[in-house]
Design a binder for this molecule. Sequence first.
Ligand code: GLC
Ligand code: CA
Length: 525
Amino acid sequence: MGTETGSPAWLKQAIFYQIYPQSYYDSNGDGIGDIPGIIQKLDYLQWLGISAVWINPCFVSHFRDAGYDVDDYYRVAPRYGTNRDLYRLCREAHRRGIRVCLDLVAGHTSIDHPWFKASCRSRRNRYSDRYIWTSSIFSEAKSTLSLVRGYSERDGSYVANCFYFQPALNFGFARPDLPWQQPVNAPGPLETRRELIKIMDYWLGHGVDGFRVDMAFSLVKMDPGHQETIKLWQVIGEKIRARYPDIALISEWGNPEESLAAGFDIDFVLHIGLGGYTDLFLNENSFFLRHDGGKIQGFVQSYLEQIAKVKGKGLISVPSGNHDIKRLRTDGRTASDLKVIFTFLLTWPGVPFIYYGDEIGMLYITGLASKEGGYDRTGSRTPMQWDSGPNAGFSTADKDRFYLPLDPRRNRPNVEEQASDSGSLLNHLRDLITLRRHYPALQADGTLTPLPVETSQRHFAYLRQANDERFLVVLNPSAEPSSTKIKGIKPGNLSPRICRGVQACVEGDDIQVKLAGVSYGIFKL
Ligand code: GLC
Ligand code: CA
């Protein structure tokens, strides 16, 4: 059963939550979060109203890039538990109405993967063509690809996808023009494709509900417009969905027109690809700033263009953050600012993705030494803060064994305190989730109609609608109060649902709105 978008129906009202497993909850006191730890926190996620989780890679790895360097796709990393723990996580999550999506690193493995070790041998073997190798380390032509020379006894350079230790799997070249560049239907690329399908099948067969695919755009090389990569994912998606029609396929791509044509259900507004995320939240003149912020209209324009292009094919999500981006809560941003941002995120089309810890306003920690290839991403990956105890309830280990240090501030936010405070960010988010899950107009494919705003103003107002259900959302991230008359929307009535600092009253066909500084309002019309 699909929606108008062709995606599984459950996505329409889904609320996703991203878990960075090493930092979530440590169940056995070794200082590293693990899968049994996630299972222990499922009640919390259910309480919050989460309907699906995406877990960052949890497979055997040397963790040079936090697990995005996979050594074995079929085995859970011992530091996180066992395969059985993961199967149990799926069962326990399902009992609570929560689906489980894994992170599929489709484009590359680690240099320690047995396939790559075999591929490095000079003698031809089954894995020689599993990766992309030039024919000799000396004679390679200039290439836009990133080539690593001198690593192996095999005479050739390999193509790396991201870091040097992430050799690109061989899915072929769109337009091969040198002998070492194989076409997409050569035996090597076809074998890689079969293996990828096998991996997906394996986990789906054990209860997993879908995948977030890492660098999904990267598979076929030198592929203008990603045409061949799109075709490749179409084939994979068809095969997989024939057996598992209800799964979610989510891409890290950053170009919905391409990724949704490729058969993904959801793509993101990110810091990469077409971008948009950084402009919205993290730049000097982002809209969501208390002081000296800019306009949102540029973002809205581009979002509307993109949803028009992908109509009927899938959804575009604006995440609260992820493990690659600075957290929303940088110094200077307060819980009140975040309440405005979450009001936006939870009333926006697409599927909301909440990055662990953002729901309590965890801080981006500056000045940390890079951990597992994190570099400046490390500050967004610190342990989850569960309570006000000395270890924040993350682990019973000595602090020096923690995966990463905790936010050092004495008043760091935590779940326990915020859960019992009805005015907290956490409860605001929970209220928003409850509202969204109740009303189709606020969900993934309810219509979005931005309302005109005078150029001198910094608030933002829009309608969401499904059938005759209509909501008005108004946001003012700025410290300056503001007011506006919203014309001609003929409200039958105006019932405030989640509001702070916004007064609105009906005047004939119009609505007169007064917004305090840093305010938000959701009204049912
Ligand atoms: C994706 C991941 C990122 C990783 C990279 C290489 O962008 O989100 O964390 O470093 O791919 O796999
Ligand atoms: Ca542990």
